[in-house]
Design a protein around this ligand. Structure first.
Ligand SMILES: CC(C)(COP(=O)(O)OP(=O)(O)OC[C@H]1O[C@@H](n2cnc3c(N)ncnc32)[C@H](O)[C@@H]1OP(=O)(O)O)[C@@H](O)C(=O)NCCC(=O)NCCS
Length: 186
């Protein structure tokens, strides 16, 4: 397991899937804002591509997020679109509603940076988020991500086009001590 200061990132377990689906994807507004596509119902028991893990797939590494204290499941995190030529990847996070606003998102970004830059040797990490997603923007910026641009009206969300912000962090600009693993005790 990868450890931050508040949360850990571990493999996705089969029993996580129904909980994550109910908490993150059954809500139409929530799913529409964060999934980048139209909400649709998934039949219980059928394979859900948003949560199913294929260990053969090299371009994405999905994690489940758990609290270090008590081990409760609190969300998903991933490095996706991992490109070993350009040595870049994107970060995705979804915390269950009850786990938001406690500093976990900031911690998850820190752990994913550590995984991306140290474990995987990547050079660049990127985050795209809706321009009104203050919690995601702050979680990224607290870890050193900078806003690189705005994709105007790039996302169709529940009846309107919304702007997306692109944030990037380069390995040489990453300060691992600023957040997350911090003291190196993991
Ligand atoms: C976005 C998300 C990962 C952020 O994680 P979080 O644990 O809620 O955020 P944190 O508690 O670490 O807070 C980070 C910062 O945002 C601020 N913040 C938190 N919730 C906020 C809110 N609802 N509105 C405005 N600011 C907020 C915090 O005060 C903190 O700011 P600071 O660093 O200046 O102190 C989480 O809220 C989430 O999963 N949301 C739903 C899914 C989602 O948006 N995923 C990202 C898609 S790109």
């Amino acid at each position: 397991m990868l450890r931050g200061s508040k949360v850990g990132l571990r493999a996705r377990h089969e029993e996580d899937v129904p909980i994550l689906r109910a908490e993150l994807y059954d809500d139409v507004v929530n799913a529409s804002r964060f999934e980048g596509g139209p909400w649709r119902p998934i039949t219980p028991g059928s394979k859900d591509s948003r949560l199913a893990v294929n260990d053969e797939e090299q371009r994405i590494v999905p994690f489940s997020v758990v609290e270090l204290e008590g081990d409760a499941l609190v969300g998903t995190a991933s490095l996706w679109d991992i490109d070993n030529h350009h040595r870049s990847a994107h970060i995705g996070i979804g915390l269950v509603p009850s786990a938001r606003g406690k500093g976990y998102g900031t911690d998850v970004v820190a752990v994913l940076c550590d995984y991306g830059f140290v474990v995987r040797g990547l050079h660049r990490l990127q985050i795209e988020t809706l321009s009104d997603n203050d919690a995601m923007l702050r979680s990224a910026e607290r870890n050193g991500f900078v806003r690189e641009g705005v994709l105007r009206s790039a996302a169709w969300v529940m009846g309107e086009f919304l702007d997306e912000v692109v944030l990037g962090l380069l390995a040489q600009d990453w300060k691992p001590d600023s957040k997350g693993r911090g003291d190196g005790k993991g």
